[in-house]
Design a protein around this ligand. Structure first.
Ligand code: UD1
Length: 416
């Protein structure tokens, strides 16, 4: 079993570069299925999840080749409508192939993704949206069989601005007959990147990044070259790690606008940083005030940075209340942090974090990828060497994390 050994006590110092966004590249790889011409994606992070998504579209007949940070995709010969259970069960995000595959071939069979560590995560809004566009959906021995002779544009109101549902509907509607309007759509930067990519292929999407998206269906999509946006969650994780160790780190390849709610909370906590031409520089002192956090959909505080921020708060001055409103069970990292001496109580959907002066090393397990980042952050500030298991979760979403943190002075080693 592979583990990370992280020894606390070093200041992080230097420059760290953020990779392309995992949550942007995954739906973009799926959207490549809309076109039969060659696609090149630049800044495509080399992550476990990206490998799984690449395998999923390869299993459908597409070709995918990696060349450094580029992915070359060609989906000319798509002849399979069924995504293999083995792959889909590894990564819930593979459900975003439903929209583009349905649009391209008129049918898709995919295993129902079921639950995961951070909640039951239903896909009812994805299905409701596809049904509104004219799809017929049947459940068949654990598989969803989705068929549509003709997708037709319509008006869809989402009960909640789900990121995945907005993406699936946007991709199906891009090739439907007529115009689709998604109301109460997700506004995350990854939605904007996906819309830009589809438009570069010939799509006609307006309003991505606002709560109302207009999609005029087109039949022909051509090839394109697209650069994936930087990963705001990876950037936020490194900013918080640098701050927690009292380090001086320039985090490069960041779009500050994507991190506004996080930077606002960092400022409130007393973390010093400068927005520079090349990125964001943290000048930490390791001594911060407790701040309350409530996760919300974009442009609110991102749920994916709740765990790392909570880990930083375990050593702040005072009591902080961290409320999770997006996912139902996203405090799995709390029990692990408590093993390292953190003082945290869960009350319903909130965690009450009482700052302590010292965390100590302990064997801990990453239960999901952001929980993994939280444990690394805590370990970098703890006394002794922390052993982190479950690192495949971390490798799903953080490219070469061990190498990147080592380069700026963190003591982190992977043992197999
Ligand atoms: C995406 C991100 C994930 C991030 C999340 C919220 C990817 C690959 N993952 O996940 O990192 O944490 O957005 O920013 O981009 N829900 C339903 N029914 C549905 C769909 C969602 O009840 O049909 C619920 C979910 O269980 C969850 C909430 O809505 O409680 C938000 O989910 P959603 O925005 O869809 O997140 P994902 O797209 O799964």
């Amino acid at each position: 079993m592979s583990k990370l050994l992280v020894t606390g006590g070093n200041f992080l110092e230097g420059t760290i570069a953020v990779s392309g966004a995992k949550n942007a590249v995954l739906p973009i790889i799926a959207a490549s299925l809309l076109s039969g011409e060659p696609i090149r994606l630049d800044d495509a992070p080399d992550l476990l999840d990206v490998k799984v998504m690449s395998e999923v579209i390869k299993s459908l007949g597409a070709s995918v080749e990696r060349d450094g940070s580029q992915l070359k995709i060609c989906a000319t010969n798509i002849d399979n409508i069924e995504a293999p259970y083995d792959l889909v069960s590894q990564m819930r995000a593979s459900i975003v192939i439903m929209g583009p595959l349905l649009a391209r071939l008129g049918r898709v069979r995919i295993s129902h993704p079921g639950g995961c560590a951070i909640g039951s995560r239903p896909i009812n809004w994805h299905l409701k949206g596809l049904e509104a566009l004219g799809a017929e959906i049947h459940m068949d021995h654990g598989f969803l069989d989705v068929k549509a002779k003709n997708l037709r544009g319509t008006r869809i109101y989402l009960d909640f601005p789900s990121v995945g549902a907005t993406e699936n509907i946007m991709m199906a509607a891009a090739r439907a007959q007529g115009t689709t309007v998604i109301e109460n759509a997700a506004q995350e930067p990854e939605i904007v990147d996906l819309a830009n990519f589809i438009n570069q292929m010939g799509g006609k999407i307006r309003g991505a990044g606002t709560s109302v998206i207009h999609i005029e269906g087109v039949r022909e999509f051509h090839g394109t070259v697209h650069t994936v946006i930087p990963d705001r969650i990876e950037a936020g994780s490194y900013l918080l790690m640098a701050a927690a160790t009292g380090g001086d780190v320039l985090v490069q390849n960041v779009i500050s606008d994507h991190l506004k709610p996080v930077l606002a909370k960092m400022e409130e906590a007393g973390i010093e940083f400068n927005e520079e031409d090349e990125g964001i520089r943290i000048r930490g002192n390791g001594n911060y005030q407790a701040v309350d956090i409530k996760t919300q959909v974009h442009p609110g505080f991102p749920t994916d940075l709740q765990a790392p921020f909570l880990a930083l708060l375990t050593k702040s001055n005072g009591t902080a209340v961290v409320t999770e409103t997006v996912f139902e069970n996203r405090f799995m990292h709390v029990d692990e942090l408590k093993r390292m001496g953190a003082d945290v109580k869960i009350e319903g959907r909130s965690a009450i974090v009482q700052g302590t002066s010292c965390l100590y090393a302990a064997p801990v397990t990453a239960t999901d990828l952001r929980a993994g980042a939280a444990l690394i952050l805590a370990a970098l500030t703890a006394e002794g060497t922390t052993e982190i298991r479950g690192i495949h979760h971390i490798e799903r979403g953080y490219e070469r994390i061990q190498e990147k943190i080592s380069r700026i002075g963190g003591k982190i080693e992977r043992v197999d």
